[in-house]
Design a binder for this molecule. Structure first.
Ligand SMILES: CC(=O)[C@@H](O)[C@H](O)COP(=O)(O)O
Ligand SMILES: NCC(=O)COP(=O)(O)O
Length: 238
C-alpha cells in the first residue's frame, strides 16, 4: 500500500503572506488527517518562508498518523526532529536560497556526513529517507549510508509526463528496482499531481509513501481539501 503524506508547506505560505494565523496550519494538519491523509509532511526551511520552527512544535501533538519532516540535516534541524520525535526525517541537499528542492544528494561525495547524520537519527528512533535523483549510482551510495529509505525526486517525471509518460516513468521504474535490490524502501515526491500520480502508482506499486503538497493544496482551492485528498487517495488504488 502506498501511503499519502500531505505536505502542508503551502498553507503556511498563504498564512505568512498576511502575517496572522489564517489559514491555520494546525487546522490543516488535523483536517488533512481527518480527510484520509496517512501522514503529514513539512519542510521547515532556515528562512521560515512557510513552515516555522514554532509550527513544527505545534503540529507534533496533532499528529495521529505519521510526521515526516524534510530538510537539510544541519545541527538545528537534527536537534528539532529529535526533540519532536518525528516518525521520519527526509534529508534534502537544499541550500538556503533555493526556490524549492530541485535535486537529490550526491551520496558518494557526502557519504561520511550522511552516514553520521543517519546513525544519529536512527539512534533517536527516527526512520530516515534520503532525497535522491533516479540515478542507480546515487542510490547505491544511499544504501551505503545505512538509510532506511530513499525518496525519489519526481520533478523530472512530472515535467516529462505530458510529453510522453512511458519515457517519463522509465528511469523511475529502474531506480525503484535498483533500490529494492539494495534493500531500500522507496518514497517519492515533488510535483506529483492528479495528472501524473496514478500512472506512477500503477507502474511502481511498491512505493511506500508519496509526499505531495504544492499541486494538492492548489487543487483544494477549487475542489476543497476533503474532496482533493480523496481524489489523491483514489489515485493510489489499482
Ligand atoms: C523535498 C521536496 O521535494 C519538498 O519538500 C519540496 O521541496 C517542497 O518545498 P517547498 O514547499 O518549499 O517548495
Ligand atoms: N517531498 C515532496 C513533498 O513533500 C512535496 O513536494 P510538492 O508536492 O510540494 O512538489
Amino acid at each position: 500500500m502506498t501511503r499519502l503524506s500531505v505536505n502542508i508547506n503551502k498553507i503556511a505560505t498563504l498564512r505568512n503572506s498576511r502575517g496572522g494565523e489564517i489559514p491555520s496550519v494546525k487546522d490543516a494538519a488535523v483536517n488533512c488527517q481527518k480527510f484520509g491523509a496517512q501522514g503529514i509532511t513539512i519542510h521547515p526551511r532556515p528562512d521560515e518562508r512557510h513552515i516555522t520552527r514554532k509550527d513544527v512544535y505545534e503540529i507534533k501533538p496533532l499528529i495521529t498518523t505519521e510526521f515526516n519532516i524534510e530538510g537539510y540535516p544541519g545541527e538545528d534541524f537534527l536537534k528539532m526532529v529529535a526533540e519532536v520525535k518525528a516518525d521520519q526525517a527526509t534529508l534534502v541537499p537544499d541550500t538556503h536560497n533555493q526556490l524549492t528542492s530541485d535535486h537529490g544528494w550526491d551520496t558518494w561525495n557526502n557519504l561520511s556526513f550522511l552516514k553520521e547524520v543517519i546513525a544519529r537519527l536512527q539512534e533517536n528512533g527516527i526512520r530516515t529517507s534520503i532525497f535522491v535523483d533516479p540515478d542507480p549510482e546515487a542510490i547505491e551510495g544511499a544504501a551505503e549510508t545505512g538509510t532506511d529509505r530513499i525518496e525519489l525526486y519526481t520533478e523530472p517525471y512530472a515535467r516529462l509526463y505530458p510529453l510522453g509518460r512511458d519515457k517519463a516513468i522509465a528511469p523511475f521504474i529502474e531506480a525503484a528496482k535498483f533500490a529494492k535490490n539494495a534493500g531500500l524502501k522507496v518514497n517519492a515526491g515533488h510535483d506529483l499531481s492528479l495528472e501524473n500520480l496514478n500512472y506512477m502508482y500503477k507502474n511502481i506499486p511498491t512505493i511506500a509513501e508519496v509526499s505531495i503538497g504544492h499541486a494538492l493544496i492548489a487543487d483544494s482551492l477549487y475542489l476543497g481539501l476533503e474532496t482533493t485528498i480523496q481524489k489523491y487517495l483514489d489515485c493510489l488504488k489499482k
